[in-house]
Design a protein around this ligand. Structure first.
Ligand code: FE2
Length: 81
């Protein structure tokens, strides 16, 4: 599942690169739609992994979906783990 997570992240990045250089509006819209699917897959893979690994979940709960300084949250999460 970790390999799958990596592949989903790569796909998101590949779409981002292609969208950045695509001149055709319809082609960009199709790729944006496909990229959203990859975000969904990435999220499902990540959630699966976090359910298997409570320590990873605890660390990410201190970082994700919180306002404020991302680096500070990361350092606090590292200290708490
Ligand atoms: Fe995917």
């Amino acid at each position: 599942m970790i390999a799958s997570l990596t592949e989903e992240a790569e796909a998101i990045g590949w779409y981002e690169q292609r969208i950045a250089v695509e001149k055709d509006k319809s082609a960009r819209a199709i790729m944006r739609n496909a990229q959203k699917e990859e975000f969904k897959h990435f999220g499902m893979d990540l959630e699966f992994l976090l359910r298997q690994t409570p320590q990873w979940r605890a660390i990410l709960q201190d970082i994700l979906f919180k306002p404020g300084d991302i680096v500070e949250h990361g350092e606090e999460a590292e200290e708490e783990s």
